[in-house]
Design a protein around this ligand. Structure first.
Ligand code: NAD
Length: 517
């Protein structure tokens, strides 16, 4: 029988990415610093062992830090546009490896093949963005209050940037950070999610080629593998001025405290609890597409997935019926097969969390509209395929207040004006993404105003999920406040210095202070 891996050319893809074994359980990758226990990577698509990766020991970690620190000494002196050229070459390598890496993302993480390719495209896009940016890392000049003085500010690299990433964007989040950090002159140490270690090895192998071809020190990009204990080595390490951590709010609270206790900087990209407000003036067809893609895309495992639909009572039944009917057409199965809409959850623990959420919403008084459940039988052997579910609920339910990383959508009803919907939308602890579906200008502008959405992302007439790299990405409140990717997000990867130059022969003091000798 032909396996899914064979059918979709996984062996060839893995070979191209420098991962030489499949189903053999041997150690893999060009990671020079891992000598610890083996970490097994199973595909949620078919439950098969893809390959194993060695985790990093404390001794490995020390070697990584030495290599990275050493690399920084020279990399920081390379002119930023030349660093941009390195990132340009990295983008070119990603173009060549887009198909192979996209397949690996899909097979190891479980998102659809199109989304796997899309994730690699995001990496390419951020490289292009960073190349241009490498000529524009500009500070301001200001007029000095003292005659014959010039004052300006400039940005210098920080040093070693530590990156901790989540399983659901196993390659793009790393690239969002590294592309900007590298043009800024920083070097990076990355701990990918222990649930998607092969994606980490593949990325490291790609950048290692660029580093080698340019005779640059290997410590510019380092990889360490393992669980939270390996991540904690970085968060507690004074040699790392910036920790960029993507993952759950639970993790972010621990990381933030560890980094703050040594007065380091942290960039936190944490959980969301995203809602779409549907007003009486909404286009129902657009609403259904945006809501269904937002709720079931990536099997509800995006930080920006739509979790809550806040619908005006006057159109509630109509919207509900349209969404329930759309759910009836969803195909659940192998994500590498483009006919399927919904792939698996990442692992059996995620399936438990999903089941738990469905029982909780019922226990709290919710009403299930589209029945959930775990699929079994042919094609579902991994045990990770679940049915996207819909429940009518109340915003005050404990389970609705939490992010469940699975395709569970809560329908909430509002009455009166859009202000009431905004209050519900903002009435959760998280603040990542939000949207309003309306053709009413007043409602749209109010939603975007100071008394509107309190999220880092607020959209009109598009859903909550998916973002372009050109804008700064991130959220408020328990989402952590970090901003990555576009706009001026690069500034967090650099230290700002204010410079004042006196080109006279006297030494006037600021604020007119006299100090005559
Ligand atoms: P997770 O918090 O379980 O793990 C994320 C990473 O943090 C992993 O690499 C893990 O090993 C590491 N980690 C965990 N505890 C740590 C600790 N105490 N010290 C150091 N490192 C630690 O998250 P997950 O299940 O991989 O990902 C899903 C979560 O990520 C969701 O909450 C999702 O919303 C969030 N997420 C947010 C964004 C965003 O941009 N806001 C993007 C992607 C995912």
């Amino acid at each position: 029988m032909i396996t899914i891996a064979q059918q979709f050319g996984m062996t060839e893809a893995l070979q191209q990415l420098g991962i030489h074994t499949i189903n053999e359980g041997t150690s893999t990758g060009q990671n020079h610093f891992s000598n610890g226990e083996l970490l097994e990577s199973f595909s949620p698509v078919d439950g098969q062992l893809i390959a194993t990766v060695k985790t990093s020991t404390i001794v490995d970690y020390e070697k990584v830090m030495q290599t990275a620190t050493e690399a920084f000494q020279s990399f920081r002196t390379m002119p930023a546009p030349q660093r941009g050229e390195i990132v340009r070459q990295f983008g070119e390598k990603l173009r060549k490896n887009k198909e192979a890496l996209g397949k690996l993302v899909s097979y190891e993480m479980g998102k659809s093949l199109q989304e796997g390719y899309g994730e690699v495209q995001e990496m390419i896009d951020i490289c292009d963005f960073a190349v241009g940016l490498s000529r524009q890392l500009h500070g301001l000049t200001m007029h000095s209050e003292r005659p014959g003085h010039r004052m300006y500010e400039q940005y210098h690299p920080l040093g070693v940037v530590g990156i901790i990433s989540a399983f659901n964007f196993p390659v793009a989040v790393w690239a969002w950070n590294t592309a900007l950090a590298w043009i800024s002159g920083d070097v990076c140490v990355w701990k990918p999610s222990e649930k998607t270690p092969l994606c980490g090895v593949a990325c490291q192998n790609i950048i290692a080629q660029v580093i080698k071809e340019n005779n640059l020190p290997e410590g510019i990009s380092c990889l360490i593998n393992g669980d939270y204990t390996v991540g904690a080595l970085m968060t507690n390490d004074k040699r790392i001025p910036l920790i960029s951590a993507t993952g759950s709010t639970r993790m972010g609270k621990i990381v933030a405290q560890a980094v703050a206790s040594r007065l380091g900087k942290s960039l936190l990209e944490l959980g969301g609890n995203n809602a779409i407000i549907v007003t009486p003036d909404a286009d129902i067809k657009m609403t259904v597409i945006g809501a269904v893609f937002g709720a079931v895309g990536t099997a509800g495992q995006r930080c920006t997935s739509t979790r809550r639909l806040i619908i005006h009572e006057s159109i509630y039944e109509k919207v509900k019926d349209a969404i329930v009917s759309a759910y009836g057409q969803l195909k659940i199965g192998n994500p590498l097969d483009q006919n399927n809409h919904v792939g698996p959850l990442i692992d059996l623990h995620a399936v438990e969390m999903y089941k738990n959420a469905l029982s909780k919403v019922v226990a709290e008084g919710g009403k299930v509209l589209v029945e959930g459940g775990v699929l079994s039988g042919e094609g579902y052997e991994s045990g990770c395929y679940v049915k996207p579910a819909i429940a009518e609920a109340d915003n005050s339910f404990e389970i609705v207040q939490h992010e469940t990383f699975a395709p569970v959508l809560y329908l909430l009803r509002y009455s009166g004006t859009v202000e009431n919907a905004i209050q519900l939308q903002n009435g959760v602890a998280q603040g990542l993404s939000s949207a309003i579906m309306t053709n009413n200008l007043r409602e749209a502008e109010l939603f975007l105003s100071v008394v509107g959405s309190d999220c880092g992302i607020a959209n009109v007439n598009i859903g909550t999920s998916g973002a372009e790299i050109g804008g700064a990405f991130g959220g408020e409140k328990e989402t952590g406040g970090g901003r990555e990717s576009g706009s001026d997000a690069w500034k967090i990867y650099m230290r700002r210095q204010t410079n004042t130059i006196n080109y006279t022969t006297s030494l006037p003091l600021a604020q007119g202070i006299k100090f005559d000798l």
